[in-house]
Design a protein around this ligand. Structure first.
Ligand code: FRU
Length: 502
């Protein structure tokens, strides 16, 4: 179905997700909480609304919901594009980039060298530093600081690690085509030595990009710390195209050892549902965590798009939103360590909704029923249901008589799905109209979903954050209805509460 004639890119401008004002973005980079602000840098084309001229854009937020755009932070030049990477606060001035009064922020980014460079054809790791809290950046004169003479060595994520024999910087990066995460160590961010590598493991249906490595307490127990290695791959996700997987295990300061590897080596397509996915939808990629988040929270943001159709989504001159920020924790589920993800806000929390709606508990009979008084474009829905005799039960959001995004549970298959085939504008790419699903089982007989709807997205968090599914949609601004549906029998609604923000 095509967009209605009145539709413009501004109709899709998210309310609670970052988008650049009028340019292209992809991966989040250099996420750090610093100076009382969440800083989001990102892969940006400052000159266009498609990928190219890669630079680091910059935005800040206090609540992780509304963002202020700043001038481009680190800009491409004739020698290099500035690919993905991270930022650390070098509080002890190990790098020497600081002054007597000011410790530096240091960006570790990938130099993707171009024809004019003596390093042409390679990707290597470089530094830039800021002495004004992250607004202006100076490239280090001796870049790059780490090369393997490889064309696909990129996406460094750096953190400070306190080992038994003292502290040091650890970098995780990828050899993308080898499905390998490589780990390095440094005392000063300038000299690096190889520690180890990890992979191939589990999903290898696409090149590996944008890794992260961080500790989390299992079940909230500070005595039981596990390490989580995340790595994105493109394509090869569980519902086609780009996606992120994770491993849980141990890190001894040198080597990451996974406890959750299903198969070593190349991908076994039949096992794809056994791998651990950061998100099962099509539009959550290159997710990476903040450095120095308050209260030791582990917060992540992903790029809400998919390389399959990223350059074609109908939002030019801006193109691509970021996901909502997520707080990540680790829980034992059926004896296995699994990530739990929930939407995170800054300390000020979410704004007050314009209106709220609540549907009384009771039967959901076969058919689709529009809920009077529930309509909206930007919503938070909390939905608990028992499937009963229904074959499928769920909600339609951003609906009208003609279109809508269907979010359904199929108990016999043990899945949740998002069907966006009739969600609005879908014709810009052949792979966009899709039904995407994830494994989901009832917990104590019922299913609980939290759904965040914005002007161009649906993010579903199921089973208290055990399963997430993120999808772009491009509905008409007139499509605002919420419906309940069941097929093949009767389900029982436990609760449906909706907060509407626009
Ligand atoms: C992931 C990625 C990274 C690279 C960047 C370039 O989406 O391909 O591997 O650093 O995008 O924009």
């Amino acid at each position: 179905m095509s967009a209605s004639p009145a539709q413009t890119a501004e109709d899709f401008r998210p309310a609670f997700h970052y988008s650049a004002s009028n340019t292209w973005l992809n991966d989040p980079n250099g996420l750090i909480f610093h100076g009382g602000l969440y800083h989001l840098y990102y892969q940006n084309n400052p000159l266009d609304s498609v990928w190219g001229n890669m630079s680091w854009g910059h935005a800040t937020s206090t609540d992780l919901l509304s963002w202020t755009e700043h001038p481009v932070a680190i800009t491409f030049d004739e020698h290099e594009d500035i690919f993905s990477g991270s930022i650390v606060f070098d509080r002890n001035n190990t790098s020497g980039f600081g002054t007597a009064t000011s410790a530096p922020l240091v960006a570790i980014y990938t130099s993707a060298y171009k024809a004019a460079s003596e390093h042409q054809g390679t990707q290597a790791q470089s530094l830039a530093y800021s002495l004004d809290g992250g607004y202006s950046w100076t490239k280090y004169a001796m870049n790059p600081v780490l090369t393997r003479n490889s064309p696909d060595f990129r996406d460094p994520k750096v953190f400070w690690h306190e080992g038994e024999a003292g502290g040091y910087w650890v970098m995780v990066a990828v050899e993308a085509l080898d499905y390998q995460v490589v780990l390095y160590k440094s005392m000063d961010l300038i000299g690096w030595e190889l520690l180890s590598s990890f992979g191939p493991a589990n999903a290898t249906g696409g090149i590996w990009e944008c890794p992260d490595l961080f500790p989390l307490p299992l079940d909230g127990d500070p005595e039981n710390i596990k390490w989580v290695l995340t790595v994105n791959l493109n394509p090869g996700g569980p519902n086609e195209g780009s996606a992120g997987q994770y491993f849980v295990g141990g890190f001894d300061g040198t080597r990451f050892v996974s406890e959750t590897t299903v198969t070593e080596g190349m991908e076994d397509a039949a096992r794809i549902n056994d791998y651990q996915w950061l998100d099962w939808g099509r539009d959550y990629y290159a997710a990476v965590s903040f450095s120095d988040a308050p209260q030791n929270r582990r917060l992540m943001i992903g790029w809400m798009n998919n390389w399959d159709y990223a350059n074609q989504i109908p939002t030019a001159p801006w193109r691509s939103p970021m996901s909502l920020a997520r707080e990540i924790s680790l829980a034992s589920i059926e004896g296995q360590p699994r990530l739990i993800q929930n939407v995170a806000t800054g300390s000020s929390g979410a704004p007050a909704p314009l209106s709220t709606f609540s549907q009384p508990a009771g039967p959901v009979r076969e058919g689709t029923v529009v809920l009077p008084g529930a309509a909206g474009r930007v919503q938070h829905l909390e939905f608990t249901v028992e499937a009963g005799s229904a074959q499928e039960v769920g909600l339609v959001v951003r609906g009208s008589g003609n279109e809508g995004t269907r979010i359904g549970i199929n108990p016999a298959r043990g899945t949740i799905y998002v069907d966006r085939r009739n969600s609005g504008a879908t014709g810009f790419h052949e792979s966009f109209p899709s039904i995407d699903s994830a494994p989901l089982r009832a917990v104590d007989g019922s299913y609980t979903l939290e759904i965040y709807v914005d002007h161009c997205s649906v993010e579903v968090f199921a089973a208290d954050g055990q399963v997430t599914l993120t999808q772009l949609i491009f509905p008409s601004p007139d499509s605002q209805e919420v419906s309940l549906f069941a097929t093949g029998g009767t389900a029982t609604l436990g609760a449906l509460r909706i907060s509407t923000y626009a």
